[in-house]
Design a protein around this ligand. Structure first.
Ligand code: GLU
Length: 442
């Protein structure tokens, strides 16, 4: 079967780690099967959706490394939904309802009192043409419900295994609001059919929707895709991420200097049997991650794990990967990168660390070390220098002053770099060269 997947965010806010999970799981699946990836903006809720959010989502997805083959916006596709609406009405599967929210609340309360499940009683199915005309004359506009079959709907979930959703225990879902706009449920099915979606991979909060939607696929005579529902990512407190709170959006992580690969790894491998560890690329994850590895339990984001991973990715990042990003900051040099990368928690910190090599450095010299540093300066070996130079120099100093350990090394570090921590001095010395060292030593 040729594979076409879609990721279908609603552009009602910035996307967060929880949204990145299906975005990437779909991408991995498409990559593994040589399939197509559709980015679908679910923007039927015109009041809450905006083009600005949609553009932001596109930019975030690109930053994560996902390249959709096609972008569609539901707001451009109303004609398709109208045709499906008409088809369902003609088939007797979509019917107009006139109850207000208050009337529905009362019905639900009454059902509860009687110990019945609060599902819609289908009273609207009994309305005659005259009843409808009267209600409309009162100024009511209908919302439209899909008449469910009310049966156990079975599907074989790619991630969770065989599933059954009994639509008999559900209210007939509203597909069209009173103002004529579509809710998500119908456009999603219509698009999945029209775009030839073979696999729908989404969060497990959609399992019961899947029962409803399979009935709609069948009512429209479309191919039912294969479904896979993954566990949801929660924040460190075990709460769902929320677009509206703007909590930990992907663009926040980007602005803070996190690696897109670190975000991708944490967003997808948390709550799977694979370890959170460095991967070379999204394709390398795609090759390893099989849906059987996605746990059925919850997946809790651990910010400390992200920080550790981000640093590990930087500490092993090859120069050819770093080079374009270094040159965007006016930096270059493989030896410098290999020396400094181990100090990075986030890539942008390279700008500060590079100053140890390029200067300016404000040497720090304690009064009691002045004589020692003067001697160090005098004993600085002649060039050419290599990685053994540091050893020769400090051994000579040790012999002449009796200093050792911290008393020997720290004043040298403070004078040469202006700080008490940092990269290995034996390599830094070679990068600096004799002239710069002479300038920095008092
Ligand atoms: N817009 C829906 C959501 O964000 C898409 C769900 C789906 O993948 O069908 O939840």
């Amino acid at each position: 079967m040729s594979v076409t997947v879609r990721w279908a965010p609603s552009p009602t806010g910035k996307i967060h780690l929880g949204n990145a999970r299906p975005a990437l799981l779909n991408w991995f699946f498409a990559r593994r099967h040589g399939g197509r990836y559709v980015l679908r903006m679910d923007d039927t809720d015109l009041a809450r959706s905006s083009r600005e959010f949609a553009d932001g989502i596109e930019a975030d997805l690109q930053w994560l490394g996902v390249e959709p083959d096609l972008l569609v916006r539901q707001s451009d596709r109303n004609a398709l939904y109208d045709a499906a609406r008409d088809q369902l009405i003609a088939a007797g599967r979509l019917y107009p309802c006139y109850e207000t929210e208050e009337e529905l609340d009362r019905k639900r309360a009454r059902a509860r009192l009687l110990g019945k499940p609060p599902i819609y009683d289908r009273a609207a199915l009994e309305l005659t043409a005259e009843d409808r005309a009267r209600l409309e004359a009162e100024g009511r506009t209908p919302h439209w419900r899909f008449r469910l079959d009310g049966r156990p709907v079975h599907f074989d979930d790619l991630i969770k295994g065989p599933q059954t959703v009994n639509t008999a225990s559900m209210s007939d879902p509203v597909l069209i609001r009173g103002d004529g706009t579509y809710l998500y449920t119908l456009p999603s099915v219509v698009d999945d059919i029209d775009l030839g979606i073979s696999h729908v991979i989404r969060g497990e909060d959609h399992v019961s929707n899947t029962g409803t939607q399979i009935e709609i696929f069948e009512a429209l005579g479309g191919n039912v895709p294969v479904f896979g529902h993954h566990n949801l990512l929660t924040d460190a407190l075990g709460q769902g991420f929320s677009k509206r709170l703007g909590s930990q959006s992907i663009s926040d992580f980007r602005a803070e200097g996190y690696e897109p690969l670190a975000i991708a790894i944490v967003a997808t491998l948390t709550g799977t049997s694979l370890a959170i560890e460095p991967y070379e690329s999204l394709d390398a994850i795609a090759e390893k991650l099989d849906f059987s590895m996605v746990s059925h339990g919850s997946a809790r984001f651990d910010p400390a794990e992200l920080d550790t991973l981000n640093a590990r990715l930087l500490h092993t990042m090859p120069y050819d990967v770093a080079a374009p990003r270094l040159s965007a900051r006016g930096l270059e040099g493989e030896a410098m990168w290999l020396l400094l990368r181990e100090n990075l928690a986030k890539f942008p910190e390279i700008a500060e660390w590079a100053k140890l090599v390029t200067g300016p450095v404000e040497p720090v010299v304690a009064d009691e070390d002045r004589d020692f540093l003067a001697l160090a300066k005098a004993l600085l070996p002649p060039e050419p220098w290599d990685e053994t130079t540091w050893g020769h120099w400090t051994n000579a100093l040790k012999t002449s002053t009796g200093r050792k350990g911290k008393a020997l090394f720290l004043p040298l570090r403070m004078a040469l770099t202006g700080r008490h921590d940092g990269p290995e001095l034996k390599s830094l010395l070679v990068l600096l060269g004799r002239k710069v060292c002479l300038d920095r030593l008092p």
